[in-house]
Design a binder for this molecule. Structure first.
Ligand SMILES: Cc1cc2nc3c(=O)[nH]c(=O)nc-3n(C[C@H](O)[C@H](O)[C@H](O)COP(=O)(O)OP(=O)(O)OC[C@H]3O[C@@H](n4cnc5c(N)ncnc54)[C@H](O)[C@@H]3O)c2cc1C
Length: 371
């Protein structure tokens, strides 16, 4: 097993590429985008993701470009702190439990490392089709070439085309929620993640991503109303009922801030294989978790590092891949289940027995176990 094609240069594909290259494999990375340095938006990166990033040697470069913290504040929409909870250290006691970052900062570190490692990267290129042969895969690429690999790893995201090529019938589903995100200034006091409940929207919150920036979000209905407001005006309208630090955030929102709205979708291929012969799918291509406990990218990183560990073992490749898939499905199922439960409680707050903090803490506690 020497020559591997990785399809997709998001966090799953980049971390997998680094892990495999460091084991001496020849990796070719295919990314359909011409401009590969990743878009802005903030991301919460939890300890188990940091552990995987440490495995590929990226952590030291990432840490100085981010904002680590240890606590989560739960607040009332009027700004009052209800309680402050410690975040479980899912990456082990020596790593920060959580940090906030700009996605583009993470992506830049990973992309730089891939170039420094001399990996063959084909930008603006897609996988069109493939054919499994005895112990190899022949991949047809959009640049018109046809190339043979020992293994193809598809990390092409929630809209994966490879998923369809592999005959997987699962489709992404709507969560019933939408999310606005914006990057703004922050005050020195806003130095850990804070989530605001009991407001006019499902919930709102912010996460610090550097010494003076945070990303803020608000969970809403999944369809942006056609109310004639600009994105800036709409975001200020949605956040009008949130106070305390949100008064500062609202004032900091101008036309220039990076903003984005999207309906939240999810996917979990639980009852079909993630493998078709020598083609295996990882990351959001087979498990896109609604971001209610901010574990999606962490699960992607775990997939990538663990897959490389399995591929370093002796034994029949197909059997190793199936063992990997079985192990990952169990782990990811807990995250998806908890995230969907939390989404359901946001949508139907009239239910009895709602225990948002308990489910979140329970899911993260489970993740303190090895991936
Ligand atoms: C609103 C929102 C907020 C989130 N917040 C968090 C958070 O705070 N913390 C967290 O851990 N997770 C979060 N997540 C989840 C996280 O963003 C995803 O799990 C993760 O980015 C998925 O990475 P990926 O590499 O599997 O897929 P992607 O990031 O989608 O990457 C796929 C890559 O493949 C490329 N590609 C696609 N098709 C092809 C093809 N045919 N050929 C070649 N290349 C192709 C794409 O251009 C892309 O670069 C959030 C998700 C959402 C939607």
């Amino acid at each position: 097993m020497k020559n591997i094609l990785v399809v997709g240069g998001g966090i799953s594909g980049t971390v997998a590429t680094l892990a495999l290259q460091q084991q001496g494999k020849n990796v070719t990375l295919l990314e359909r985008s011409e401009h590969w340095h990743g878009v802005g938006h903030g991301i919460t990166v939890q300890g188990n993701a940091l552990k995987a990033l440490r495995e590929v040697g990226a952590l030291e470069r990432i840490l100085p470009r981010t904002h680590p913290f240890t606590e989560l504040q739960l607040r009332h929409a009027d700004g009052r702190i209800i309680t402050t909870v410690d975040t479980p250290r899912t990456g082990g006691p020596e790593l920060p439990p959580t940090l906030g970052a700009l996605r583009s900062e993470l992506q830049s570190v990973l992309v730089d490392m891939i170039h420094e490692a001399g990996v063959e990267v084909l930008l603006g290129t897609r996988l069109i089709s493939y054919r499994n042969e005895q112990n190899s895969v022949v991949a047809q690429l959009s640049d018109g070439t046809s190339r043979r690999f020992d293994l193809v790893i598809a990390a092409d995201g929630i809209n994966s085309e490879t998923r369809k090529l592999a005959g997987i019938t699962h489709e992404k589903k709507p969560s019933g929620l939408g999310i606005w995100r914006v990057v703004t200034c922050r005050t020195p006091e806003m130095n850990c993640a804070s989530v605001f409940h009991h407001g006019p929207q499902y919930k709102a919150g912010y996460t610090p991503i550097s010494a003076d920036l945070c990303y803020a979000y608000v969970l809403t209905d999944p369809v942006r109303p056609d109310n004639g407001l600009s994105d800036t005006e709409e975001l200020k309208r949605l956040l009008a009922g949130y106070h305390g630090p949100f008064d500062f955030i609202r004032e900091s929102i101008t036309e220039e801030n990076m903003k984005n709205f999207q309906p939240i979708e999810w996917l979990f291929v639980d009852d079909e294989s993630w493998r078709d012969g020598r083609v295996i799918l990882i990351g959001d291509a087979v498990h896109a978790c609604p971001p209610l406990i901010a574990q999606g990218a962490a699960q992607c990183c775990e997939d990538a590092v663990l897959l490389a560990e399995y591929l370093a073992q002796d034994g029949p490749v197909e059997a190793l891949l199936d063992e990997f898939i079985q192990r990952r499905k169990k782990r990811v199922a807990g995250v998806v289940e908890a995230s969907l439960q939390l989404a359901d409680w946001e949508l139907h707050p009239e239910q009895e027995g709602i225990d948002t903090a308990g489910v979140m803490a329970g899911a993260l506690q489970q993740l303190t176990q090895p991936a």
